[in-house]
Design a protein around this ligand. Structure first.
Ligand SMILES: [Zn+2]
Length: 395
């Protein structure tokens, strides 16, 4: 995973996975909460939905709400001892099962989740909207197949034999049970057929067709559909403060309710803007007139919305450079390539040019909105920046 996606995926789930942190699905949340409040807690439940729709975060929010000692009508409290443990996904009555790769030299019954649990927790807390590919990347498993075998089925049985630590529910989250092999699935089925009191299974699946029909028939189904475009756009705006509403909506529509796809698109779009902006400024600084003309051509071809995005993104980066230049680097929020750029470019700023650069970009944005000729505007802007950046060089 690139530093880009790390930056934008990193949403601090400091209070665990609260319902309020789960994107959209307001009606479904209300229904789940209502069920718990009325004491209707099915022993085996299947949260099922397409990639990026939020089935796993929804199941985890459900678990946190169920275990919370001080829940209200809309969410877990986020503060009680139980929530504090959920904040790290370390609640002793929360058991986490997920697919792993099989390690050589270990017997089938030794292939268990335990050695990977800390890593899974960390991955899910950083981004509960995840999929099997991202988990495989995290594991650096060299593209080995991820699966759940009898070792994990036995691990589930062992964990069930433990008494509840807090005296309440024991919750067993099984992520992607469709990746269980037949022997493991049959063992799980046995467990589901003999419900224990106060034990809740939350199966989270994106591909129920691969699940044993008998398991399906044992579980109460909660469908977590793809996100509504408006909800997804809102989530994007929270993660990408630089993008505007229209852009977020366009991405939300293109990604068809898949938050992972949408974040990918936004990251990719932003990285392209970064490379363009960095290389263009470099040419301005070096006064490479021919190269600047080529950038103006490319700028013209971008289309108006993208041109505005580029300028807005440039303003954002210049703001970060200004903070760096003002010696308040603790306010600078960039990572990776952006960070290198900010460190280098901020050295070119001074009292004479810092406001000028920002003003020129703001004016350019305004003129694009007013339908100025993009090529002329961009060329003009480039020459103005050349002049301003020259001020950086002591004469
Ligand atoms: Zn609580």
């Amino acid at each position: 995973m690139s530093t880009w996606s790390c930056f934008h995926l990193a949403m601090p789930f400091l209070c665990g996975v609260l319902f309020s942190k789960v994107v959209g699905h307001a009606t479904l949340k209300a229904k789940l909460i209502g069920n718990i409040r009325e004491g209707r807690v099915a022993h085996a439940q299947l949260f099922m939905g397409p990639r990026g729709g939020g089935d796993l975060p929804m199941a985890l929010a459900y678990a946190q709400y169920l275990l919370c000692a001080d829940r209200d009508t809309v969410d877990a409290c986020g503060k009680c001892p139980s929530c504090a443990q959920m904040a790290k996904l370390e609640h002793p009555d929360l058991h986490l099962m997920f697919p792993i790769y099989f390690r050589e030299k270990l017997k089938p019954e030794q292939q268990v989740c335990e050695p990977f649990t800390a890593q899974w927790r960390q991955a899910i807390l950083a981004e509960p909207y995840t999929d099997i590919e991202q988990w495989r990347d995290q594991l650096e498993s060299e593209n080995k197949q991820l699966r759940m075998g009898v070792g994990i089925a036995q691990e589930i049985q062992r964990k069930l034999s433990l008494r509840s630590f807090m005296g309440g529910y024991k919750v067993m989250v099984i992520w992607l049970p469709e990746l269980m092999d037949t022997a493991a699935a049959n063992k799980l089925l046995k467990v589901l057929e003999e419900p224990e009191t106060n034990t809740v299974f939350l199966l989270v699946s994106t591909d129920a067709e691969q699940l044993l029909a008998t398991i399906l028939s044992r579980a109460q189904l909660t469908k977590v559909p793809a996100l509504r475009p408006s909800d997804l756009a809102e989530a994007l705006l929270e993660r990408f403060p630089e993008i505007v509403k229209d852009e977020a909506m366009a991405i939300a529509l293109r990604s068809e309710g898949d938050l992972l796809d949408a974040v990918d698109m936004a990251n990719k779009g932003e990285e392209e803007l970064f490379v363009f902006f960095r290389d263009w400024l470099r040419c301005c600084y070096r006064r490479e007139v021919a190269a600047v003309a080529e950038f103006a051509e490319a700028f013209q071809k971008m289309g108006r919305e993208r041109q505005k995005s580029l300028i807005r993104y440039g303003l954002y980066l210049i703001r970060q450079c200004t903070l760096q230049w003002q010696q308040v680097p603790e306010l600078v929020r960039v990572l990776g390539q952006e960070q290198d750029f900010v460190q280098n470019f901020s050295k070119l700023l001074n009292d004479d040019n810092v406001n000028g650069i920002r003003n020129e970009l703001e004016t350019a944005h305004l003129h694009i909105e007013r339908n100025a000729n993009p090529k002329i505007l961009f060329t003009d802007l480039s020459y103005k920046l050349m002049g301003l950046l020259r001020m950086a060089i002591p004469s």
